[in-house]
Design a protein around this ligand. Structure first.
Ligand code: ATP
Ligand code: PAU
Ligand code: K
Length: 260
């Protein structure tokens, strides 16, 4: 079985893929100090709790935090006796190369979202991922990542308001019915929620105009469903898009190895 690890700047998601479905998914805060042994204790405790006895033979990792790679490699090697595929590193090939400025290191999560989006929905896509940052990945007709947009994440924006302004409290994101807030919290929620609705619809329509063609908008990330209620911002919400991309990249590299 495959252990797929999607490590973002805030959270890391572990999922076990049995070849046809994800049998379990767990989430933990991203901490680069965590050792291979700590990952193992954490994971096996959760597996036991769910009564899962998975024989993990393969590991694939996508991480936007370079410092976690070392310990995750040791984890795969020591406990599963396998060399992990690491997206963006040598030894892990992608079906289609990104077409960007020379020297650009595209975030592995964006490359994975691109592969997943193309596999599921075909070309001419805008993939919007609501993570630590809100990213827009533009996928060409042939499935290549050709650029996009990086905006501050929703939670990051709320946190920045709280950090920078003495009178603004910590607030969780939610959908206000009215735009005009009549108290501080409602004003902040409106600014972030309706601000993001405007951001997403503005950016996606500008991208479509720049490309001069119809494009599908695919949304992923924990906060996407909240924004789906805001307007008709997306054509599809796909909760497991990034995880799906990891399985596609794993299969692609397995097939390559078999061909050799
Ligand atoms: N299954 C879920 N149910 C409810 N809320 C969720 C769920 N998954 C994520 N969230 C919320 O949405 C936020 C965004 O989650 P997501 O995994 O998309 O990105 P993140 O973990 O914040 O960022 P990154 O991937 O960059 O680390 C999370 O911080 C969490 O508060
Ligand atoms: C933008 C983030 C932080 C989103 O997770 C990540 O994809 C990243 O670190 N990207 C590197 C820069 C780029 O994608 O162009
Ligand atoms: K993510």
């Amino acid at each position: 079985m495959l252990l797929a690890i999607d490590c973002g700047n805030t959270n890391t998601v572990f999922s076990i893929w049995d070849g046809s479905e994800f049998i379990a998914t767990w989430r933990t805060a991203t901490e680069h100090q965590r050792t291979a042994d700590q990952y193992y204790v954490w994971l096996t405790t959760l597996m036991k709790h769910r009564g899962i006895e998975a024989d993990i033979t393969d590991v694939i990792i996508s991480t936007t935090v370079p410092r976690v790679v070392f310990n995750l490699r040791v984890f795969a090697d020591r406990y599963f006796n396998t060399r992990p595929l690491v997206v963006g590193k040598p030894g892990c090939e992608l079906p289609v190369e990104a077409r960007v400025d020379a020297g650009t290191q595209v975030g592995p999560d964006r490359l994975v979202n691109t592969v997943a989006g193309y596999d599921r929905y075909g070309g001419d896509l805008i993939v919007v991922d609501f993570g630590t940052a809100t990213t827009f990945d533009v996928v060409d007709t042939d499935g290549a990542y050709i650029g996009g947009v990086i905006a501050p994440g929703v939670n990051l924006s709320l946190e920045a308001l709280h950090q920078a302004a003495a009178a603004l409290p910590h607030v969780d994101v939610s959908k206000p019915d009215l735009v005009i807030g009549t108290n501080t919290v409602a004003c902040m929620q409106s600014g972030v929620f309706w601000g993001y609705v405007g951001l997403v619809s503005g950016i996606t329509s500008r991208i479509k105009a720049e490309r001069a063609r119809p494009m599908k908008v695919i949304a992923t990330g924990g906060l996407a469903p909240l924004f789906q209620q805001g307007d008709t911002l997306f054509d599809v919400f796909d909760e497991f898009l990034t995880m799906h991309g990891l399985t596609v990249i794993h299969d692609y590299n397995k097939d390559k190895t078999l061909e050799q």
